[in-house]
Design a protein around this ligand. Structure first.
Ligand code: CAA
Length: 285
């Protein structure tokens, strides 16, 4: 099937990046947020990223302008009804994602493909609230979306080959390398990443070392671009907490249980870069 119009639900960290890379690849994009304030914030993030792309010589100024013009923001979900494929990138909570899919199912023609950017939740469970389980697929992008070149495709129990191939085509056309996982909590990346991030918080909690030394050890000792606590701030402590909760609910394995310090930081509003403070302090963006 041919995809020309892409809908994106959510214009947060991930949704704005997904909208941007799709528009850069020539798709018409409609992105929806729940309020004008959040939408304006998301569109400003896209503007800033396109500007950075131009400054870094990754995109021509005219192409950046065309990409921006190809993105329409809305606060009305029905404006996504004409999309060939809709990517959901709302908060990492099953009930919220299912509510989006249930509503979209009533708005979009039966042929529209629904993709979820979930990083841990079951695609089969999301698909169950729709009348098109064969047309629901996982498309997991990585943050920052314009820079990270991976997309994990997730095949739900009922995802059709045609749907998987359409999602693959879209991911490849926006410049990403694709890996395919079955519908298993955490898929490939978070199955391995989440216990590591949680262990870093536990190491800090136990007083094994300072946060700086934990991050320096991993950055220099393993040649990672960021230490785990910096990466947690980057991904969002709330997002990581929700992912860990979802994985723990599935596995009942202590490796996935969020440590008390992580929960406390989320409750205290220390969500990482996006709130100006997590393990480290940041200027508000
Ligand atoms: N558009 C296009 N390209 C851009 C860009 C933009 N808006 N902004 C930056 N770039 C390019 C830069 O030009 C540069 O390219 P070159 O290497 O060719 O020069 C590259 O992206 C890196 O940019 P910077 O030099 O600004 O950044 P950096 O070197 O300081 O690296 C980083 C920043 C990419 C974030 C790096 O620290 C990193 O890779 N960190 C780890 C990120 C990570 O692990 N993300 C995954 C998190 S897990 C997740 O997302 C999923 C989940 O479910 C939790």
């Amino acid at each position: 099937m041919t995809i020309r119009r892409v809908g994106v639900v959510g214009c947060g960290l991930m949704g704005s990046g997904i909208a941007e890379v799709c528009a850069r690849a020539g798709y018409e994009v409609v992105v929806r947020e729940v309020s004008r304030v959040l939408l304006d914030g998301g569109l400003a993030r896209i503007d800033a990223s396109l500007r950075r792309g131009v400054e870094r010589g990754k995109i021509e100024e005219a192409a950046a302008r065309r990409a921006r013009e190809a993105i329409r923001g809305t606060i009305t979900l029905a404006d996504l009804a004409e999309s060939d494929l809709v990517i959901e990138a709302v908060i990492e909570k099953m009930a919220e994602k299912q509510a989006v899919f249930r509503e979209l199912d009533g708005l979009c023609p039966p042929g529209t493909i629904f993709a979820s950017n979930t990083s841990s939740l079951s695609i089969t469970e999301l698909a169950a609230v729709t009348t098109r389980a064969d047309r629901v697929v996982g498309m997991h992008f990585f943050n920052p979306v314009p820079v990270m070149t991976l997309v994990e495709l997730v095949r739900g129990l009922q995802t059709s080959e045609e749907t998987l191939e359409a999602a693959r085509g879209l991911a490849v056309s926006v410049g990403k390398t694709v890996v395919v996982a079955k519908d298993y909590p955490g898929f490939i990346v978070n199955l391995l990443l989440v216990p590591y991030l949680l262990d870093a918080v536990r190491a800090l909690e136990l007083g094994v070392a300072s946060k700086e030394d934990i991050d320096t050890a991993i950055t220099l000792g393993l040649n990672h671009p960021m230490g785990p606590l910096t990466l947690l701030d980057f991904v969002g402590l709330d997002t990581t907490y929700y992912i860990a909760e979802a994985m723990y609910a599935e596995f009942r394995d202590a490796r996935y249980a969020p440590p008390p310090l992580l929960k406390q930081m989320v409750l205290a509003g220390r969500l990482g870069r996006k709130s100006g403070r997590g393990f480290y302090e940041y200027g508000r963006s």
